[in-house]
Ligand binder design. Structure first.
Ligand code: ACM
Ligand code: ZN
Length: 537
């Protein structure tokens, strides 16, 4: 079969590795039963929920062998080494839809693909009608075999909840759309100059006062989704109980959460409540406008390390994933240059300059994380003054930091702002676009054509590129709908860069499939920049 842009071979985003279409169809109607092998019952029930949501079909769910007739079968099968830890097979015949994978993760992704094979007619109007009862539409899925596994193991999305706070329900919705795209790392930017968002029992004032600021700030106008406390302050935070709930929700969707606790810069929310950890006496205000703060954690004060290590102890308990992100970006050295304690540390440690002091800071934190069984990841500034022994580098200022780190044998995640920052405008036609950070433009095409493995890397070094990530900074995000609009379709594009083989990528074909994805996003009540008009908001 020849694939043309008008006739995509599939409706799935990210596009699978191998698809073999055959004549005939599987008819999906209420007589079909979902059957599951041992240990796959929860996924079978999740599939039933999705079919109800996306097709209005209520199907019976039974253990394998307990049903006759046409079935959707879930099973664990380890018969193809190519599938790895996340791959799957999806086979559609007139009698059966079979989802199989070596792991629960693979099966979860098979399920996402099946949902995306539902014809658009099943989706139309679903967000206006209750998701129950027959649609009346004939639901047919073409006979085919899909064999699929991801290109990269790190397929991330970062959300800044410091500048704009998103509540648990909104975070779960973010995780839901990540899962639909087979994205598997949620980088939760929990602390910054504009507010501290994670409850720490040992330091309650971090959230009692550090989570709240005098107003929304950043030139934004408050709306119905804006969170205020009883004193009229803007902000919010997650209790540890809520964090555990979100971690579990993510786990069920095969998403690992990487929490970010910023240091040594982006520390104003901490310094506001505990000024003793700064280089000067303060006072320090929680930030309400864009810009890089000069006030940072004092690297000469032992108490700073005690604070941060105790915070990280609690963070490590909450997040079962292997990584903790420690920020490391945008730390001006002005205060350190003038601080007697910081200068004494430079002398006592035999450091050359403030860059090496920053490196001392990060290396010391890495040793602590090591003791907690966690790996350190940080923005590419952690290269300055010398990289910590086992650090993973998140390359954001370009791909150069990632290249340098990979050449030194370190793992890297690529998220260069010119290709991966979804807070930029989506088109040059800015008058039709909502407010955006830095006034830069990042088009769908620029995200879609990003190649995360630089040509400079040799075969061995390439293996250190774990994957890529789309980032959303929220100083200009007015509300959750605005956030969604900035995410789509660009996050869909990045999911394809992260999952699919590079030779499978074709922008025209992607856009066709995105038109179908839009119906799914409609069902989920998710806003997006439409492929065709581009001007709705
Ligand atoms: C960053 O955008 N400052 C990592
Ligand atoms: Zn200092």
């Amino acid at each position: 079969m020849t694939i043309t842009a008008d006739m995509p071979q599939t409706s799935i985003i990210p596009i699978p590795r191998e698809i073999c279409l055959r004549a005939g169809v599987f008819r999906l109607d209420a007589s079909v039963c979902i059957t599951f092998a041992p240990s796959t019952g929860a996924l079978a029930r999740m599939l039933a929920d999705r079919l109800k949501q996306f097709a209005g079909l209520v199907l019976a769910v039974k253990p394998t062998g307990a049903a006759e007739g046409r079935q959707i079968m879930l099973s664990i099968a380890d018969d193809d080494a190519r599938l790895g830890r996340e791959g799957y097979k999806l086979e559609v015949t007139c009698e059966r839809v079979s989802l199989s994978a070596p792991t629960e993760a693979g099966l979860f992704y098979a399920l996402q693909s099946l949902v995306q094979l539902l014809p658009v007619q099943s989706l139309q109007g679903r967000h206006q009608t209750p998701a129950a009862g027959a649609t009346g539409a004939m639901l047919e899925i073409a006979n085919q075999t899909i064999v699929d596994w991801p290109r990269f193991s790190w397929r991330g999305a970062m959300l800044d909840v410091s500048r704009h706070f998103f509540n648990v329900e909104q975070i779960k919705q973010f995780l839901d759309v990540m899962a639909l795209h087979k994205l598997n790392v949620f980088h939760w930017h929990l602390t910054d100059d504009a507010g501290w968002r994670i409850q720490i029992y040992r330091y309650p004032r971090l959230t009692e006062d550090g989570a709240w600021r005098a107003g929304v700030g950043f030139g934004l106008v408050a709306d119905a989704t804006t969170a205020y406390d009883q004193r009229g302050r803007y902000g919010g935070y997650y209790t540890q109980q809520q964090i555990r709930d979100v971690v579990d929700y993510a786990r069920q969707r095969q998403i690992t959460i990487v929490p970010e606790i910023e240091m040594p810069g982006h520390a104003l929310a901490v310094l506001h409540v505990y000024p003793e950890y700064g280089c000067t006496d303060g006072p320090f205000d929680i930030q309400m406008f864009s810009g890089i703060a000069e006030d940072v954690f004092c690297a000469g004060n032992e108490a700073t390390f005690e604070l941060l290590e105790q915070v990280l102890d609690e963070v490590a308990q909450l997040f079962p994933g292997p990584y903790i992100h420690i920020g490391g970006d945008e730390c001006p050295k002005k205060r350190w240059k003038a601080c007697p304690k910081c200068q004494a540390r430079i002398t006592s440690q035999g450091l050359k300059d403030e860059d090496e002091l920053q490196s001392y800071f990060i290396k010391r934190i890495e040793r602590h994380l090591d003791g907690l069984g966690k790996r350190l990841i940080g923005w590419d500034e952690i290269l300055e003054g010398g990289l910590a022994a086992n650090a993973t580098v998140m390359s954001w200022r370009g791909v150069e930091g990632g290249i340098e780190a990979a050449q030194m044998g370190h793992d890297v995640v690529m998220t260069p702002h010119k290709r991966c920052y979804l807070n930029f405008h989506q088109s040059q036609d800015k008058k039709f676009e909502p407010m955006a950070v830095w006034e830069d433009v990042l088009t769908l095409e620029q995200t879609y054509t990003f190649e995360p493995v630089p040509a400079e890397l040799n075969e061995q070094q390439r293996k250190h590129v774990l994957g890529l990530q789309g980032n959303i900074w929220t100083e200009c995000i007015a509300d959750p709908k605005h956030l969604q609009y900035m995410m789509f379709p660009r996050l869909s594009a990045l999911s394809e860069v992260a999952w699919s083989q590079d030779q499978r990528r074709n922008l025209a074909d992607f856009c066709q499939r995105m038109r179908q994805m839009q119906f799914r996003l409609d069902v989920l009540d998710i806003r997006y920049r439409a492929i065709d008009t581009g001007k709705q908001m």
